[in-house]
Ligand binder design. Structure first.
Ligand code: FAD
Ligand code: LAC
Ligand code: ZN
Length: 462
């Protein structure tokens, strides 16, 4: 074991002294997560600027048995991107990918682009749009969340219904294994059957198997004609019926999102705007987004007009009115965070999904559990994937609340992590949805790739 200064000095030698942050105030922004719930102290924040530098950093940390916490935009909501509070500061570093911010030229013929792991989702989208194309993944943290973080968490967002999660956008990957070996390809072949497919293995591994440095990303057509609707439904079950009608009747359907009255109240106050549709008592709102080469309004209106499940509609196709409608969905998490800050206590977040048929039952369980705890619940989410984000303010007994809700989710055939990842926040509940055999196999795989066990300790590990 080499001394503390030795490792910091060697890291300075690898990435340059300016990119090894050791002062408390310089490290601070990298050491607390977006929610304020998770924080820890590290020996240093290291910011490599090239793939060989990442490899050398991982080798140096391996030699000293120092853990590496990969970090992109630090917008993750499950505590996986910041140092562990229970570990000694000297035993862990943060490896920030923010300097991997290069975007290659758009390959219009292949409809692909190569992006550094530190490129933001918003920059990927803007780059694609500047060439008449678009990005298939989008979510509210777009201007901070990175390609590497989105791959590591297999991020979802609003367009999953049409274009899938981050996994489906991946045509190639370059990553550094904990041993310092570089794997993957950025050639972007649409298909290849030759053993391990690195994008498949690494996507969703939450920084436990290696550091993603670059990715070859698929691009989608840019659909300039849009129609967005805010619609009321009398119940979650009615909303699910309407979802089915939309999926079969609207060819250019991009997103069907769920806004509950609790979320609507909060976001309306936060953005200072009244919603054009008020949900019926015990009902919900749907935010429906369509985009096509031709105006999708007629298709959308035909389905909404013939559905018995619609109670109130506002529709917009011009960009500014559409953006105003989308804000009621996009800015809910921000509104919840502002409320939590005002209350001085972080939100207790669950991110669950069940088959849509069981969504109403799950929502009922979640609301009852919140009443039993005495906390305030703000549910919302991605209706098309049966995915609700359950946000609890002022929770008294998070363990009991989680046991009730996550236990029911598992019974209903759902998942305890639809898109945010397991991180450290959900690790203890992973056995609810993964068998002992699956968890053992996952551990053995991590040990094989990371024999010194330096990558993101505690994440994905019950
Ligand atoms: P970080 O937070 O830095 O890291 C997340 C995880 O990935 C950590 O475990 C980290 O160790 C690992 N990691 C990061 N970079 C790398 C890398 N290069 N190589 C290996 N491992 C790495 N998520 C959704 O899926 N859908 C949404 O709709 C959505 N909306 C959000 C809205 C808001 C307002 C906020 C704050 C978050 C939202 N998120 C959403 C969660 C979050 O933005 C995503 O999980 C995102 O993918 C994280 O990206 P990041 O760059 O911030 O990653
Ligand atoms: C959203 C994040 C929180 O859907 O996943 O807004
Ligand atoms: Zn979400």
């Amino acid at each position: 074991m080499l001394g503390e200064m030795d490792l910091v000095d060697r890291l300075r030698g690898i990435v340059g002294a300016d990119h090894v942050l050791v002062d408390d105030d310089l490290r601070a922004g990298y050491e607390t997560d977006w929610t304020g719930r998770w924080a820890g102290t590290s020996k240093a924040v290291v910011r490599p600027g090239s793939t060989p530098e990442v490899a050398a950093v991982l080798r140096a940390c391996g030699e000293d048995g120092v853990a590496v916490i990969p970090q992109g935009g630090n917008t993750g909501l499950v505590g996986g991107s910041v140092p562990r509070s229970e570990r000694p500061p000297g035993s862990q570093i943060v490896l920030s990918t923010r300097r991997f911010d290069a975007l290659g030229e758009v390959d219009a013929r292949a409809m692909q682009v190569t992006a550094g792991a530190g490129v933001t989702i918003g920059a990927w989208r803007a780059h694609a749009r500047s060439c008449g194309l678009d990005a298939g993944v989008d979510f509210a943290a777009r201007d901070t969340a990175t390609i590497g973080g989105a791959i590591a968490t297999n991020a979802g967002g609003s367009r999953v219904l049409r274009f899938g999660t981050m996994r489906r956008q991946l045509a190639g990957i370059e990553a550094v294994l904990p041993t310092g070996d570089v794997v993957g390809s950025l050639a972007g072949l649409p298909k290849e059957t030759a053993g391990i497919h690195w994008p498949s293995l690494l996507c969703g591994s939450e920084g436990t198997l290696g550091v993603v440095t670059r990715a070859r990303l698929r691009l989608i057509p840019h659909f300039p004609e849009t129609a967005t609707a805010m619609v009321g439904a009398a119940s979650v079950d009615d909303a699910v019926e309407l979802l089915a009608a939309l999926r079969s009747g609207v060819a250019d359907l991009d997103a069907v999102e769920l806004i509950t009255p609790e979320a609507l109240d909060l976001v309306s106050a936060h953005i200072g705007a009244d919603p054009p549709v008020v949900p019926p008592a015990d009902g919900v709102l749907l935010l429906i987004d369509c985009a096509g080469h031709r105006d999708p309004s007629d298709d959308l209106l035909a389905v909404l007009g013939s559905s018995p499940h619609v109670v109130g509609t506002a529709i917009a196709s011009d960009p500014s009115r559409r953006a105003r409608l989308l804000d009621f969905r996009d800015r809910i998490t921000e509104a919840i965070a502002a409320t939590a800050t005002a209350l001085g206590s972080p939100t207790f977040k669950l991110d669950v999904a069940v088959p849509v048929t069981h969504l109403a039952e799950l929502m009922h369980t979640a609301r009852e559990a919140a009443v039993a705890d005495g906390c305030r619940i703000i549910p919302f989410g991605h209706l098309a994937e049966g995915n609700v984000h359950l946000n609890h303010l002022g929770v008294r007994d998070p363990e009991q609340l989680a046991a009730t809700v996550l236990g029911r989710v598992a019974e209903l055939g759902g998942t305890i992590s639809a898109e945010h990842g397991i991180g450290v926040a959900k690790a203890r509940w992973l056995p609810l949805i993964r068998s002992r055999a699956e968890l053992d196999a996952q551990r053995r795989l991590a040990e094989a790739l990371d024999p010194l066990r330096i990558m993101n300790p505690g994440v994905l590990a019950p």
